[in-house]
Ligand binder design. Sequence first.
Ligand SMILES: NC(=O)c1ccc[n+]([C@@H]2O[C@H](COP(=O)([O-])OP(=O)(O)OC[C@H]3O[C@@H](n4cnc5c(N)ncnc54)[C@H](O)[C@@H]3O)[C@@H](O)[C@H]2O)c1
Length: 379
Amino acid sequence: MPLRIGVPKEPAAGERRVALVPETAARLVKGGIEVLIEKGAGLRASYPDKSYEEAGAGFAGDRAELFAKTDLVVQVGPPTPEDARSYEKPGGILISLVYPGRNLDAVRAMNEAKLTVFAMDLMPRISRAQAMDVLSSQATAAGYRAALLAAELSPRFLPMLTTAFGTIRPAKVLVCGAGVAGLMAIATFRRLGAMVEAYDVRAAAAEQVQSLGAKFLAPPVEASGSGGYARELTEEERAKQRELLSSAVAAADAVVTAANVPGKKAPLIITREMLRRMRPAAVVVDAAAESGGNCESTKPGSRVEENGVIIVGPTNLPGELAHHSSYMYSKNVEAFLKILIGPDGRVVPPEQDEILGATLLCGAGSLKHGPTRELLEVR
Ligand SMILES: NC(=O)c1ccc[n+]([C@@H]2O[C@H](COP(=O)([O-])OP(=O)(O)OC[C@H]3O[C@@H](n4cnc5c(N)ncnc54)[C@H](O)[C@@H]3O)[C@@H](O)[C@H]2O)c1
């Protein structure tokens, strides 16, 4: 019997992405895998049922049928606890973004349902896993959307304009956190003609920032942690950072923040005090809202105004670019499936591959990911 892969409609309200796009489905079908789509799963990402039909995929009328008929389910967002329970079946496999630290109830339910779960967000940043790096693919989309959102909310032009009716100076933009999302925001702002300054606690980000034509604000303290990521700052270091950034924030027409420290709440960078010094109608797009936000006034999922400054904290920026975010996620999953499914069409035991081992969250009723196990024990 060929392996059957199921693609449900995303369980989270407002999630527009789909885990497999028709192009990937066609290649899987060509490779001898059956692909079953829940009707309408790709619609909100502009992939109609017809395009899956042309790719050779089959359809399931609802989630229950889809789960019952497939060996492996691929999702974008983490399942709800009910979702996880409904998928209980011997040997059932789920591939999804999970963010276990934020979704412990779902993790518990998946573990109790004895599901084998591969969390794409646990993908190691090693070169062999580059094609599967969902954090980078979705951060690329997030950074692009964040810059466009800032441009959209701002009542100002971003480029310099010299016209018969006056000269407009280019907008000043500040990007805090020059990781994958931040760099994409910088590149997008530059294409729109803004003058861009960027800040990161990793001095190594300077070269990347400058290569995009932006000015790098050197950190007062170097805070590279393990694996090329940033570490958390001490209170004293945070004070130095506030001092450095205060005038850059005050001078900015728009700020995008995209700073994160793996496994921690997003660092606080823009304080209320800094916001008070910003000019009227300045815009702050907090692209770290989902992990707690970089701005003191951010309300995740909402727009607030303080002293005329607009602050937004979108919680699913990649979902706002659903067509291409889904395309990239689908390519990530396809690369992962090439490792997970052996040449004989069977699932490879996770202990046989470093990437499978690193992403395995739980299996056969036991939690395999140490940090998540600790979090659940603490609770
Ligand atoms: N395959 C690979 O090897 C690979 C792939 C992607 C990214 N990376 C590297 O991983 C690193 C982080 O990438 P990411 O975007 O996923 O990171 P991330 O989402 O964890 O963080 C985003 C950025 O926020 C910065 N930051 C953290 N605390 C800050 C603070 N207090 N003030 C300002 N900035 C702060 C970080 O230094 C990082 O650049 C980068 O060095 C990137 O080049 C490697």
